[in-house]
Design a protein around this ligand. Structure first.
Ligand code: GLA
Length: 736
């Protein structure tokens, strides 16, 4: 135990309580099981917590009648429970019924999960041990708490101690049984270029289930999920999974007024052998209670920044200029160098060559797998990288290592590398196949390509793309039976481990046709993720709000793109595109070689503003003052931990005519501080008290700039406010 002597865990004969800084989770011993009797705001230690739940011996005619409805920490067929199970096994004799009884609870080391990433830096870990005597299988659950966030990391391990093989048919990492029904479920759903739109479902009695079978966490539904507890209970729960493959989130509410939430790997095509004498450890899930949405985001962000993202990347990330949206496949060395020149001029720090630098890749149809320098385009990467560096920039490059084009040297020499069932023709998507990453020779091939590229031009940054989904999962005979999606993910994680072991400071930005693999598993290796191929600032208001609910600004890449968005046809002013890019890892992705002097100097100012406030913008506390869901305006603030400074952004989507009041409230400021507020890009400054800003808001409509002909933008109008605490009684402004 560290210098902090606070105890996070209480284990007595009848109760087990674990605390986070501001929440408690309490279990009660119930016959030979454990009941979850409380998960909410922190409660003081006591000898007896019966007052929190009257469930025990409700029916009292038999224990099993009680257990059927009890709130347990896991569930499976064979124990009387008739709700969705967190665990489903096929035992060696073909039976599906198990009976895991509680054996003990104890403090433990936080386990490493074989082959899978998990959070680091936990303060204490509780281990619950259950045992099924009939089949000689032990079930262990781990709950880890942290000093500085209320997130609890949970994982489940099954150990088959018998001489017989069994099969896991499904296994959640975490089950939370709680009271009440009528939860409102916030899920983050979408599709390509429309990722993580918040979608809300009110669940009364019934089942809500979401997940993916695409082999990746997917554009369709993110593993992050948030639940608003019924009004009479108050508060929110949130969950996520440290995993990038198929996942499943399930919420079931019953007429008995209880709700079960299970979070874990997806079970599509799953038949996971639990061999005699072997153990299987689930991916790690995370769960969180917070009194409001705001707190959920704050705590999740803190968790991701301090316990998921590797410490070497917790720093100010470089401002990138990426050439993709400007050039697609059409570039050569001199064009790249023109971009680099401009990038250096405006103060950017990293030049990224995207798709098209390798093999014969001049469109989407060829060359994935052939990671050799196309010298006719680059003029030689080695010297190109040098020239870029001479301009004071870092050098970055795009790869899509998990894929293969049918038209490629790799396909000609190793058609067997394609992921496929030998009896079926694999499905072609985006003109490409997936490599069978579970094969050792494929892993070695990819690693070799990366090593060669590093030797050639030692990129500081790699954009690691993944542009299709897995449709042909197949258990090849040497796979030792692991379910494919899981085996694939383990192989990918092992590859990242190996790369980062050799190049620990290599900044990898993950990407999957935009934000199709935006999850905690990837963030364990790649500290930032390309949020979406949708670079229209209006669309980004929503995509970024959804993303920021569960993930920190430091994880979310956001670039200023072209004035007219190719996808939506919207024309958006530079200042508004800048305001949206400011919310994440800032970059620029349009043709800056064509900008005139005025535009360049505007860009230069924006880059310098971002650089000046980057620490705050990336790692400050994020507050959603007003959600874009109302369709009128979104207001978000990022506030320093000491509340001395903040950046607030207002994204106004709608002009409302003839209304008396249109005030904008900020959030997260210290009520008692007085702030000087500077509207970025204007002379206007005023002072106001934090309380006023937090609770009532300011009439700021008059500050939205009009263009030269006196009109507002049709699409979006933004304001960036810079707030700094002023000491003493300053009353120069009209709002103080
Ligand atoms: C994906 C990415 C883009 C770009 C292209 C290149 O769609 O999301 O940013 O890298 O691939 O083909």
């Amino acid at each position: 135990m560290g210098a902090n002597t606070e105890i996070f865990m209480q284990i007595t004969e009848n109760f087990i309580k674990i605390d986070t800084p501001r929440t408690s989770l309490i279990f009660r011993r119930y016959d030979e099981l454990l009941e979850t009797i409380f998960y909410g705001a922190k409660v003081a230690d006591a000898q007896n917590y019966d007052i929190l739940s009257s469930h025990k011996h409700k029916y009292s005619h038999s224990c099993i009648d009680d257990i059927i409805a009890a709130n347990t920490t896991f569930s499976c067929y064979g124990m009387g429970c008739d709700r969705k199970f967190s665990l489903s096994l096929k035992n060696f004799d073909g039976g599906y019924a198990n009976n895991f009884l509680f054996r003990r609870a104890q403090a433990a080391e936080k386990p490493e999960i074989p082959g899978l990433p998990s959070s680091y830096g936990a303060r204490e870990t509780l281990m619950l041990v259950y045992y099924d005597e009939t089949y000689d299988i032990e079930l262990r659950q781990y709950y880890s708490v942290f000093d500085d966030t209320d997130v609890i990391a949970v994982s489940t391990c099954l150990e088959n101690k018998s001489p017989h093989d069994a099969f896991i048919r499904s296994m959640a990492s975490c089950q939370l049984d709680t009271d009440g029904y009528g939860y409102e479920i916030f899920s983050y759903t979408g599709t390509w270029a429309r990722e993580r739109y918040c979608s809300r479902t009110l669940l009364n009695v019934g089942v809500f289930e979401q997940g993916t079978v695409r082999g990746s966490s997917s554009h369709a539904v993110n593993p992050f999920i948030m639940l608003k507890r019924p009004a009479r209970m108050g508060g929110y729960y949130a969950f996520n999974l440290v995993y990038s493959g198929n996942h499943k989130e399930c919420v079931e509410s019953t007429a008995m007024h209880s709700t079960r939430i299970t979070i874990g790997m997806g079970d599509c095509c799953l038949e996971l052998p639990l061999q005699a004498g072997k153990a299987f450890h689930s991916p790690e899930a995370v769960m969180l209670f917070g009194e409001n949405r705001q707190n959920i985001s704050l705590q999740m962000h803190r968790f991701v920044n301090r316990h998921i993202i590797r410490p070497q990347f917790l720093k100010e990330r470089p401002v990138a200029v990426n050439i993709w949206e400007a050039c697609r496949f059409d570039f050569d060395r001199s064009k790249i160098l023109r971009f680099a020149g401009r990038a250096a001029e405006i103060g950017a720090e990293l030049l990224v060559i995207d798709d098209g630098w390798f093999g014969n890749r001049n469109d989407e149809k060829t060359s994935l797998g052939d990671w050799t320098d196309n010298v006719s385009k680059t003029g030689g990467l080695e010297t190109l990288a040098e020239e870029i560096r001479k301009k004071g920039l870092q050098f970055g490059i795009w790869m899509e290592p998990e894929m293969i084009s049918p038209e490629s040297d790799l396909m000609r020499s190793h058609p067997e590398y394609v992921l496929q069932n030998p009896r079926r023709r694999p499905i072609l998507m985006r003109n490409q196949y997936v490599l069978d990453l579970t094969r050792k020779e494929v892993q070695d091939y990819i690693y070799g390509c990366i090593e060669r590229l590093m030797e050639l031009c030692s990129p500081d940054y790699i954009k690691w793309d993944y542009n299709r989904v897995i449709t042909d999962a197949y258990h090849s005979s040497d796979l030792a039976g692991d379910a494919y999606s899981l085996a694939y993910m383990k192989a990918l994680y092992a590859l990242f481990e190996k790369i980062l072991r050799k190049y620990p400071n290599l900044l990898i930005e993950s990407c999957a046709a935009g934000g199709g693999r935006f999850d905690l598993g990837m963030l364990c290796y790649t500290p930032q993720i390309w949020t979406s191929d949708m670079t229209d600032a209006v669309e980004r208001v929503h995509i970024q709000e959804g993303t920021l609910t569960g993930y920190p600004q430091s994880a979310m890449s956001a670039h200023i793109a072209s004035e007219i968005c190719e996808k939506t046809g919207r024309r958006i002013r530079l200042r508004d595109r800048f305001a949206l890019a400011l919310e994440g890892v800032f970059g620029i992705e349009y043709d800056i070689t064509r900008c005139g002097a005025a535009e360049l100097s505007e860009l230069k100012e924006y880059v310098s503003f971002y650089k000046e406030h980057r620490g705050l913008l990336l790692y400050g506390d994020y507050f959603l003052a007003e959600s874009d869901e109302n369709g009128e305006a979104a207001v978000r603030t990022v506030v320093s931990a000491d509340k001395e400074e903040a950046v607030a952004e207002i994204f106004k989507r709608k002009q409302i005519f003839n209304c008396e009041q249109n005030k904008y409230r900020l959030s997260g400021l210290n009520d008692d501080f007085v702030y000087k507020i500077q509207i970025y890009g204007m002379e206007t400054q005023f002072t106001a008290q934090g309380k006023l800003l937090n609770s009532y808001g300011l009439e700021l409509d008059k500050y939205f700039p009009k263009d030269r002909s006196g009109v507002y933008s049709n699409e979006i109008n933004t304001l960036v406010l810079l707030l700094k605490r002023v000491q003493g009684q300053n009353s120069e402004g009209n709002y103080f």
